[in-house]
Write a protein that binds this ligand. Structure first.
Ligand code: SF4
Length: 395
C-alpha cells in the first residue's frame, strides 16, 4: 500500500504546479494533478503534461545516476564509474588547487535558471552561498534568457519584472499575445486556465508571432506573422499611429509617466529624421503597413487591452528594446493601469502594483530602435518572406 505525497513541479517554467506523487515501496508509481475544488477565487494548480511526466524522467534508463570520470582523451566519450567519495574528493582538491594557485576569481560558478534552479536544492543560491564561504568566485551577472526583460523593466518601471494579475485577463476586451506561447512555456501556473476562461468569455485574441503556435491554434482570432527580431519596429509603428491619430491617453501619461514628449519625438522622427511609420516598419517586419495600423487602433481603442509581451522576442540582439517599446505602448494607451482607475491590464509587465503604492515610472526616454531599426544592427536577416496574415479561425 502506497501513499500520496503532495509536492510541486520544479521545472521552473514560471509555475510551481501541484503534483500528487504516489509512492509505493519507495518508488513512484504514478503522478496525479491537483483535484481540490476549483473556482476563480481558488483555482486548481494544474500541472501540464511535462510536469506529469516527472515519473518517466526520474526513472529514465539513460538518466545519470552516479558520478562518472572521463578516461581517455576529451571528446572520445569514454567514462568509468567512480564512487561519490572519489568524486567529492576530486572536486574539493581541484577547487583548493585553483584557489591557491590563481585566486578564487579563477573559479567560474556558472549557474542559471530553468530546470537546474530546482526548488528542492536550489542550484543557484546554494552554490553562491558555498563559494562565498569558500572565498569568492567569478559568476554571471544575470540569466541570459532573462536579462533583456529585466533591464527594460528596471529602466522603465524602476523595478524588476512586475506583472498584472492574471485575473485581469478576464477583464480585458482584447489580448495581444506577442511572442508568447503559454501552451508550451507557461509563464505561471494556471495562465492557460485564465486564458481559456477569457476565451470562453468572448475576449478577442490576436497573436503576433513568427510561428503559428499551439497557443495560437487554441485561442487566436487572428494571427499576425512577423519576421523574427523585428518586433520593436512593429511596436514603434503602432506607437506612431496611436500618437498621430490622437489615440493616446493624455490623462494617464500626465498622471503616471514622464518622458512622453521625448518618446513621441523619437517615434515621429523629430529626433533622427526617421518617422517610425507603418510603411517604415513594413519591410523590416514583413507585416503589411495597414495591418500594423489596424492593430494599433485596435489596441488603443479596445481598452482595457492586455499586451502579453513574451520573453522570446527579447532574446535577440538589443532585445531589451522590445520590452521597453511594449511597456511604452501600454503606457501611452493607459493600458498599463492603476487598480483604482482601470483595473484591467497592461503589458505583461504592468504598473498595477507600482502605481497603487504611489510609485511613478522612470522616463520613457527615446530608445533608439536597435532591434528592428534600419539605422542600427537591424532585424535578424531573413530571405524568407513570412506568410500572409491568416485569420486563425480559417485554419
Ligand atoms: S506548467 Fe510548469 S510548473 Fe506546472 S507542471 Fe508544467 S512544467 Fe511544471
Amino acid at each position: 500500500m502506497g501513499e500520496f505525497i503532495v509536492t510541486g513541479c520544479s521545472f521552473d517554467c514560471g509555475g510551481n504546479c501541484l503534483l500528487k506523487v504516489y509512492v509505493e515501496e519507495g518508488r513512484i508509481t504514478r503522478i496525479a494533478p491537483d483535484d481540490l475544488p476549483d473556482s476563480l477565487a481558488t483555482p486548481q494548480l494544474r500541472p501540464c503534461a511535462r510536469g506529469l511526466a516527472h515519473l518517466q524522467r526520474v526513472y529514465a534508463p539513460d538518466r545519470l545516476r552516479h558520478p562518472l570520470k572521463r578516461v581517455g582523451e576529451r571528446g572520445e566519450g569514454h567514462f568509468e564509474r567512480i564512487s561519490w567519495d572519489e568524486a567529492l574528493d576530486t572536486v574539493a582538491r581541484e577547487l583548493a588547487r585553483v584557489k591557491e594557485t590563481y585566486g578564487p576569481q579563477a573559479i567560474f560558478n556558472l549557474c542559471g535558471g530553468g530546470d537546474i534552479d530546482s526548488r528542492l536544492h536550489h542550484t543557484v543560491a546554494v552554490p553562491m552561498r558555498f563559494f562565498q564561504f569558500f572565498g569568492g568566485y567569478t559568476g554571471v551577472s544575470t540569466i541570459t534568457s532573462f536579462q533583456s526583460v529585466l533591464y527594460a523593466c528596471r529602466h522603465t518601471f524602476g523595478m524588476p519584472v512586475p506583472d498584472s494579475d492574471r485575473e485581469n485577463l478576464l477583464k480585458s476586451r482584447l489580448i495581444i499575445m506577442w511572442g508568447c506561447n503559454p501552451a508550451v512555456s507557461l509563464k505561471g501556473t494556471n495562465t492557460n486556465w485564465y486564458l481559456a476562461q477569457a476565451k470562453e468569455k468572448g475576449v478577442r485574441f490576436i497573436f503576433v508571432d513568427p510561428i503559428f503556435t499551439e497557443s495560437a491554434a487554441a485561442l487566436a482570432d487572428e494571427w499576425i506573422p512577423i519576421r523574427p527580431g523585428s518586433d520593436t519596429a512593429a511596436l514603434l509603428a503602432m506607437a506612431y499611429v496611436i500618437i498621430t491619430e490622437d489615440l493616446y491617453d493624455r490623462d494617464f501619461l500626465d498622471k503616471h509617466t514622464f518622458g512622453f514628449d521625448k518618446f513621441s519625438d523619437y517615434c515621429l522622427g523629430v529626433e533622427d529624421g526617421i518617422a517610425k511609420t507603418p510603411a517604415w516598419a513594413e519591410p523590416i517586419t514583413g507585416v503589411p503597413a495597414e495591418t500594423l495600423a489596424r492593430l494599433a487602433r485596435d489596441y488603443a481603442t479596445s481598452k482595457p487591452a492586455n499586451l502579453r509581451a513574451g520573453w522570446a522576442p527579447g532574446r535577440t540582439a538589443f532585445g531589451e528594446q522590445f520590452h521597453r517599446a511594449a511597456i511604452a505602448l501600454a503606457a501611452i494607451t493607459g493600458n498599463t493601469a492603476s487598480r483604482e482607475e482601470a483595473p484591467a491590464c497592461g503589458c505583461q509587465i504592468a504598473l498595477a502594483r507600482a502605481s497603487s503604492t504611489g510609485w511613478a515610472p522612470s522616463p520613457l526616454a527615446p530608445t533608439p530602435c536597435a532591434n528592428g531599426s534600419p539605422t542600427s544592427h537591424g532585424p535578424t536577416p531573413s530571405s524568407r518572406e513570412p506568410p500572409a496574415a491568416i485569420p486563425a479561425t480559417s485554419r
